[in-house]
Design a protein around this ligand. Structure first.
Ligand code: ZN
Length: 370
């Protein structure tokens, strides 16, 4: 009876040790969500619907079926971290471990890991460069601009050393490779290449498969990719065309001064569970900025605001230069915003009533550098 035991051990992934999972507190068509945070402030239904829509969109882009079983998704906030609650081999990086234990993340929302689950379900996982590149290309909105120069050398170095990205920069190299292939050759050929490799393929097998599928030398292909940056395909929900996010209007010349209220059930409001000394809820809004320049952002509590962390951030939607401006309660902050559609996020303190209030002021300072 020894052989079957050995076989079972060989089949199971080594990262799947004994892990304690929290109970599922919210679920949707594709996600079963649990967290070690305090779930008395949970409000995740709308957010899980958005994740579902994301999963369907990625599946359709990859021309595969969405996962047929729910993806177990566990948020482990830093304060609640312990080895037996964390299913990933790297204590500092989230992961998708398979459909049994699912996804572990340290920030409650992580589209990169969700792409892994969709990819694994439909394409069976694959070479780490392709897997991580795909997760970055569809799960982030970043540009690979800074990685185009020297791309060929840096990519070949990654391929011939471990063939597996570790540093953030190596993740961007993988994303540039995958995004460039998809944009130049389309999904079908990309999938053919993906299927020709497995997780342990050698650099020589990688090069041969590339040559077979794309009928060009890998080095020529890489050189060709070294002229044009690619941009990740993920678009934050409020920035999406036809999103029902509330638009905050300017109230005076270069001034937006308003009281915002959010509660569970509002569009783009989410409560992933709360953690001591942190926010309990987030709500996204949209602000249309007319003039690029320097702005001052202030967020304060109202009489109705609960004690706890209150903060605001404004960041560019895709298609305009990336800028981000963050302010905490009673600590105004100044910085650059780009003209066009921007996403405002308010971080409300946790309350049993699942709602939050804040005073928000955004003031134009000047159009030049500070
Ligand atoms: Zn990954």
């Amino acid at each position: 009876m020894r052989a079957p035991v050995v076989l079972l051990l060989a089949l199971c992934s080594c990262t799947e040790q004994e892990v304690v999972l929290p109970k599922v507190v919210a679920s949707s068509d594709y996600i079963a969500y649990g967290t070690w945070a305090d779930t008395s402030t949970l409000c995740m239904n709308e957010r899980l619907r958005q994740w579902d829509a994301f999963i369907e969109e990625i599946s359709s882009t990859l021309e595969i079926s969405p996962p047929s079983s729910k993806i177990r998704y566990t948020w482990v906030p830093e304060q609640f971290w312990s080895a037996e609650r964390w299913g990933c081999s790297d204590p500092r990086r989230g992961c998708f471990t398979g459909f049994q234990q699912g996804i572990f993340v340290d920030d409650f929302e992580n589209m990169h890991e969700i792409v892994h689950a969709v990819d694994f379900s439909g394409l069976g996982g694959g070479h780490p460069i392709l897997r991580e590149g795909l997760a970055e290309f569809f799960g982030t909105g970043r540009s690979t601009e800074a990685f185009v120069t020297d791309f060929t050398d840096r990519f070949m170095q990654l391929l011939s050393s471990t063939g597996k990205p570790h540093s953030p920069a190596e993740y961007v190299l993988c994303m540039h490779f995958v995004g460039s292939i998809i944009e130049r050759h389309g999904i079908s050929l990309y999938k053919e290449f993906y299927a020709a490799l497995d997780r342990d393929s050698s650099p020589q097998e990688f090069e041969a498969a590339y040559q077979n599928v794309f009928h060009e030398d890998l080095l020529d292909g890489l050189l060709d990719m070294s002229s044009l940056a690619v941009t990740g395909q993920f678009v934050p929900w409020p920035c999406l065309e036809g999103s029902d996010a509330e638009v905050l209007e300017w109230t005076g010349e270069g001034v937006l001064r308003t009281t915002v209220h959010g509660e569970c059930g509002d569009p783009h409001f989410a409560g992933p569970g709360s953690v001591p000394d942190s926010f309990g809820f987030i709500k996204h809004y949209v602000i249309d900025v007319e003039v690029s320049g320097y702005y001052r952002l202030t967020v304060n509590g109202t009489d109705a605001t609960a004690p706890g962390l209150l903060a605001a951030s404004i960041q560019s939607c895709p298609a305009i230069p990336f800028e981000i401006l963050v302010a905490e309660q009673s600590a105004p902050h100044e910085g650059t915003l780009a003209a066009g559609r921007n996403m405002l996020t308010i971080y409300f303190p946790p309350t049993a009533a699942l709602e939050g209030d804040a005073e928000l002021v955004l003031e134009f300072q000047h159009s030049g550098a500070p």
